[in-house]
Write a protein that binds this ligand. Structure first.
Ligand SMILES: Cc1cc2nc3c(=O)[nH]c(=O)nc-3n(C[C@H](O)[C@H](O)[C@H](O)COP(=O)(O)O)c2cc1C
Length: 364
């Protein structure tokens, strides 16, 4: 394969994508209106990035209960559907493909987002971190309320409503966010799931909600327009489990039964070689175990992205921070144009600044 494997076309579910450079989901907190609906700013931002083989949107809450950060967009109301419809129409007109990332934060939230009520989680275990309140002040997390068994069906219904909203909004597909310590990840890992009903305990029980969500949303979309994101060796927002490796081996091997559009895996943020229950090289470990399209992410540059694909360890690479500052990232990879550095100060605030004002590269 050429040394520009990233630029080869790839089939993803029912779509033929022009390249293997995906835009990773990126929370940017620009839905500042009371409806938490995407605006013209979002339309401009995503359209500027339509050269990505696939855009995965910022995490979008499936319900008011699923929110945990200021000004993130939702995918459960008419106003949100209308806002997203502008985004998807514009991205399609520019030749792009766009999936919506469906999100429930679980315990990674504050009572400030829920009229003083506690955030919900599999079990009453405090994640012991700090989060941004709606006014962007930093606050320590609280001990969440354990979901009652009877409430879990309601959460599946919220995924169903969000999946229907995403269809109505004209997306090409959806990505179920089961990574980075949010609700579905909280169920998978025994440091946050201490339930004694059929949603807790052994590996199969802890994975139950993930497969119930997948069964529900693939019934709406077809499996070939649904992806899922997992962070098997992730320690962001979540403590290590006693059996991460066995847990994710089980989940990922079972995903083979689904024929999903793709599986999106994250390499660890920090080395986990000293932790026997964690997988240090995620793509390498899971490539032979997963038979569908595999997307890999975390800390890749162009050279390492080309390498991981050429070696056959992944089919696509998702780029996050590089897409913030280089809206035309695949074109820059193609021409060898210099890459702009992202400004961290405007990741989560700043309106247009640091959002839609990174220019495409123009040769001097
Ligand atoms: C500003 C910012 C926002 C992010 N928001 C999300 C998100 O909404 N959903 C998600 O799954 N990951 C999110 N992530 C993680 C990224 O998708 C990606 O995994 C991470 O940036 C590592 O990839 P990179 O090295 O190419 O940037 C976010 C990361 C950053 C920097």
């Amino acid at each position: 394969m050429s040394d520009q494997a990233l630029l080869n076309p790839v089939k993803l579910g029912r779509y033929n994508l022009p390249n293997r450079v995906a835009m990773s989901p990126l929370t940017r907190n620009r839905a500042t209106n009371p409806e938490h609906a995407p605006t013209e700013l979002h339309t401009t931002y995503y359209t500027q990035r339509a050269g990505a083989g696939l855009i995965i949107t910022e995490a979008s809450q499936i319900s008011p209960q699923g929110v945990g950060y200021p000004n993130t967009p939702g995918i459960y109301s008419d106003a949100q559907v209308a806002g997203w419809r502008h985004v998807t129409d514009a991205v399609h007109a520019a030749g792009g493909h766009i999936f919506c990332q469906l999100w429930h934060v679980g315990r990674i939230s504050l009572p400030d987002f829920h009229a003083g009520e506690l955030p919900v989680a599999p079990s009453a275990v405090n994640p012991e971190t700090t989060l941004y309140a709606p006014d962007f002040s930093q606050k320590p997390t609280v001990t969440p309320r354990a979901l009652d068994h009877s409430e879990i069906k309601g959460i599946i219904e919220d995924y169903v409503r969000a999946a229907r909203c995403a269809l109505e909004a004209g997306f090409d597909g959806i990505e179920v966010h089961a990574a980075n310590g949010y609700l579905l990840n909280q169920f998978l890992i025994d440091s946050s799931n201490q339930r004694t009903d059929e949603y807790g305990g052994n590996i199969e029980n802890r994975a139950r909600i993930v497969f119930e969500v997948l069964d529900a949303v693939t019934a709406i979309w077809g499996a070939d327009r649904v992806g899922i994101r997992l962070s098997p060796s992730g320690l962001f927002n979540i403590g290590a489990g006693s059996d991460n490796r066995a847990q994710f081996d089980y989940v990922i091997e079972r995903l083979n039964d689904y024929a999903l559009a793709y599986l999106h895996l994250m390499e660890p943020f920090a080395p986990v070689d000293e932790m026997p229950n964690m997988v240090p090289h995620v793509a390498q470990h899971y490539r032979p175990r997963y038979h569908g399209t595999l997307m890999i992410n975390n800390g890749f540059d162009q050279a390492r992205g080309n390498e991981v694909i050429a070696q056959g360890h992944a089919d696509l690479v998702a780029y996050g921070r590089l897409f913030i500052s280089n809206p035309d990232l695949p074109a820059r990879f193609a021409t060898g144009a210099p890459l702009a550095e992202p400004d961290q100060d405007t990741f989560y605030v700043g309106g247009e600044k640091g959002y839609i004002d990174y220019p495409a590269y123009v040769a001097a």
